[in-house]
Design a protein around this ligand. Structure first.
Ligand code: GDP
Ligand code: MG
Length: 298
């Protein structure tokens, strides 16, 4: 199995040397996709034996998409250039693929992380986004934002990466699931990074949250609509309970009662739309599968 380690970098002169050296020492080919670093990142990476390319666009996501189309190895390992993911644990993310138990493996950082590897805000944001992911997709993953991953060729050649920035981890995960590949998680350790983070926690956190919801359309359009329905019904329950409570006290809120009806009806409608979408989506998928089968049998 030919494995290539892909490292997106942007001003990582402090960490990149060690990262490249460690993977090289383990015998792996390393490709650094640089986002136009203005420090010595590219020079240090090359000196340590990595192949270096400069990405044509902007953002970590675009860099990774470019690596996917440039390479043709059996497996790609994705890792940060900041030294936060230990190279000696690469066998952990490779193992499920070698044993044919998964097509895309995520290194779960929450198993053991060094003190200070996550800032408090970072840890909270990660927990919230992972919780939201599990709620929206109904899939129990604990670390969808991890940067340490292994992907089989079928996966990285098939996923469509449209998000250019830090939403890329979520998009990779969702695309893998939506295309019917198997995702699994393995525990890894996570260390404090060298140099400064490129992630802006609040801004990027919101972007990632938005991406989790938007991408749900690709995985399950029905769930996307059910969630809207659930929000409306929830609003209707709150206003409805309040209207009832006030009514027992002798006060009648006519406008709020009308609003309640509206919320509940909208919610129910969304559920019906969701159900229809579900049927349509399932039929389309089944048709597509049967067409594929027919073509194969011919
Ligand atoms: N090529 C490229 N790499 C980037 C860009 N932004 C961030 N990176 C790299 O992506 C990796 C992850 O970013 P990092 O700042 O460590 O984010 P964190 O791990 O989520 O805190 C690091 O190796 C960064 O240097 C970019 O615009 N282009
Ligand atoms: Mg990092």
């Amino acid at each position: 199995m030919k494995v290539t380690v892909v490292v997106p970098t942007l001003n990582e002169e402090k960490g990149i040397g060690g990262v490249v050296r460690d993977f090289k020492n383990l015998g792996y080919e390393v490709l650094v996709v640089d986002g136009g670093s203005r420090d010595r990142t590219r020079e240090i990476a090359e000196k340590n034996g990595a192949r270096v390319i400069i990405q044509s666009g902007k953002g970590k996501g675009q860099a990774i998409a470019e690596a996917f189309s440039a390479l043709d190895s059996d497996v790609i390992v994705l890792v940060d250039g900041d030294g936060s993911y230990p190279a000696e644990e690469v066998h952990k993310v490779l193992e499920p693929i070698e044993k044919d138990l998964a097509d895309h493996v995520i290194g779960n950082r929450f198993h053991s992380y060094e003190k200070g590897a996550f800032t408090r805000l970072n840890l909270l944001g990660n927990k919230i986004l992972n919780f939201f992911f599990r709620f929206a997709y109904g899939i129990s993953l604990s670390d969808v934002l991890s940067g340490y991953r292994a992907l089989k060729r079928e996966v990285y050649k098939n996923v469509e990466i449209k998000k250019s920035g830090f939403e890329v981890e979520v998009e990779l995960t969702v695309e893998t699931l939506a295309k019917g590949f198997r995702v699994s998680e393995v525990p890894i350790s996570y260390r404090k990074r060298e140099g400064k983070t490129k992630l802006r926690p609040i801004r990027d956190g919101f972007r990632i949250g938005k991406a989790i919801y938007e991408l749900l359309r690709r995985y399950s359009p029905a769930r996307y609509i059910y969630i809207l329905g659930a929000i409306f019904i929830f609003l209707g329950l709150i206003t409805g309970l309040y209207v009832l409570y006030a009514w027992f006290k002798g006060i009648t809120h006519i406008l709020l009662a009308m609003l309640t009806t509206l919320f509940i009806l909208m919610g129910v409608q969304f559920f019906v739309f969701g159900l229809m979408t579900h049927l349509l989506f399932r039929t389309t998928i089944e048709l597509r599968r049967e067409i594929k089968d027919l073509i194969r049998k011919r």
